[in-house]
Write a protein of this length. Structure first.
Length: 466
């Protein structure tokens, strides 16, 4: 069999790896949107370097758009097989894909409005529409964690808890060719050992080959205190001491739920009375229901909490805003409060209005809660500029800008190293690094080399015989 690296090769986004068996059977692991390509002006609609009709099965590791975002495209371009994933992943992915179709349509409408009449034909069209999402969702086939799923007589797969997001899986694929069994593992995106809501990462064992993420291959998380203490600090210093507003840009799926759960734990202990919390993201609200529903995937602490209080993410002081008029009304709310809204890197979404509304207010704190790619608004905010342009206006930065790694859903360099080292000690012979920019990946490769572990950093399109 052979493996072809078609995405997230020496970059973070666009995860897509193709396993081709000797018989010609093709299995695609993830089919994610490539943001780096999208930013490139030569971006084309022809996004697959293969004929989608030639792919027999897709395995989806988790819901995030950089892993799932091109699934509607592959389906409408001719893929006829099943998309195997966990139940929670299927539900979260459905919400994320509809949201993605919606965002693309809005961006298209805006670009059409801005383009001169004669240039309108050149405006890039959305990659897919809501109807394509429906056709894609119909192909989801649910597999349970730790229960081997037979694809055909040559290959079976087992999904293992990756600990990165509700339902997120690592994939163990066992292939029998000429009477020999070969085992290949894909980490998907990994989690950390102290996740607020879900179980810790389970390390893949009994594999010959590992394809590992390396998002933070060269970076150590700055974590000095537990999540509750970190949140208590920011809420106390902003909302209680100076009666200001704490604005937290956060991804709607995963990050928002971890932050809300931490705040509710503080509320239940009576540590932050009289501070209202607003969650201003319709996608976050829909995803929150999936977390409440899939009790079986919660870690023991979250499971016990839900049992004790009847709910994980509900509290009388927390308001979830779905309607746009409530979002608008929040702009005029003057009491101390916490506002959690998307998008996490402040590239679009309702958070932009909250940033615009608070950035010149010295009593506000903007707390960046996750990775912000270079070139994004979140990244510029963290650079410490004294003025910043948002929504076509230049604003002075009077608000306090802070950041925390405590809610990061990816392992840092020590954790990635330990993972790979452990699989190596368990007999894994080949390691490929994906899902990391070149600097992060190179740092991990060099560190592993010192420990006697040789790894590959495949280029886009590179093929390896296994
Ligand atoms: Zn992810």
């Amino acid at each position: 069999m052979k493996i072809t690296f078609l995405g997230a090769a020496r970059q973070v986004t666009g995860s897509m790896h193709l396993v081709t068996l000797q018989s010609g059977y093709n299995i695609l692991i993830d089919c994610g949107m490539d943001y780096e390509l999208k930013r490139n002006p030569t971006f084309k609609e022809d996004i697959f370097p293969f004929n989608p009709a030639d792919i027999d099965t897709v395995i989806l590791t988790h819901a995030h758009i950089d892993h799932s975002g091109n699934l509607p495209s592959i389906v409408y371009q001719g893929f006829k097989g099943n998309i195997i994933c966990t139940g929670a992943t299927s539900e979260l992915t459905e919400y994320l894909l509809y949201d993605s179709a919606n965002i693309q349509l809005m961006e298209y409408r805006k670009a059409l409005g801005n383009a001169k009449k004669t240039k309108r034909n050149n405006v890039p069209k959305p990659l897919y529409m809501s109807s394509h999402v429906k056709d894609c969702v119909d192909r989801f086939t649910i597999a349970k964690f730790n229960v081997p799923f037979t694809i055909n007589k040559e290959v079976k797969v087992t999904l293992i808890e990756a600990g990165h997001l509700l339902g997120a899986a690592s994939v163990k694929m066992e292939v029998v060719e000429n009477g020999i069994t070969k085992t290949i593992g894909f980490t998907g995106d990994l989690g950390r050992s102290n996740s607020k809501l879900i179980n810790d990462t389970t390390i893949l064992t009994g594999i010959d080959t590992l394809v590992s993420e390396s998002t933070y291959g060269g970076r150590k998380h700055k974590i000095t205190r537990p999540a509750e203490e970190e949140m208590l600090h920011y809420i106390t210093t902003t909302c209680i001491d100076i009666r200001g507003r704490l604005v937290i840009p956060a991804f709607s799926v995963g990050r928002t739920q971890s932050i809300v759960f931490t705040i509710i734990q503080l509320k239940r202990q009576g540590l932050i009375p009289n501070v209202k919390i607003f969650v201003d993201s319709p996608l976050a609200i829909r995803s929150t229901d999936v977390y409440e529903k899939h009790k079986e995937l919660l870690n023991p602490e979250a499971f016990a909490f839900q049992k004790q209080y009847g709910s994980l993410l509900e509290h009388e002081d927390i308001e979830y805003l779905t309607e746009f008029k409530h979002h608008e009304a929040l702009m005029y709310y003057t009491d101390p409060c916490v506002i959690i809204s998307a998008a996490g890197m402040v590239e679009g979404g309702r958070i932009q209005e909250h940033i615009t509304n608070n950035i010149e207010n010295p009593f506000s704190t903007i707390l960046i809660s996750g990775f912000c790619a270079e070139g994004t608004f979140g990244h510029r905010l963290l650079n410490g500029q004294s003025t910043i342009s948002i929504k076509n206006k230049v604003k002075r930065v009077f608000a306090k800008i802070a950041s925390t790694d405590i809610f990061s859903s990816h392992p840092d360099c020590d954790e990635v190293f330990n993972y790979i080292n452990q699989t190596h000690q368990n007999g894994c012979k080949n390691v490929f690094l994906v899902h990391g920019d070149e600097t992060q990946m190179t740092a991990m490769r060099d560190r592993l080399a010192l420990a006697g572990i040789k790894v590959e950093m495949p280029e886009q399109g590179q093929v390896f015989e296994l």
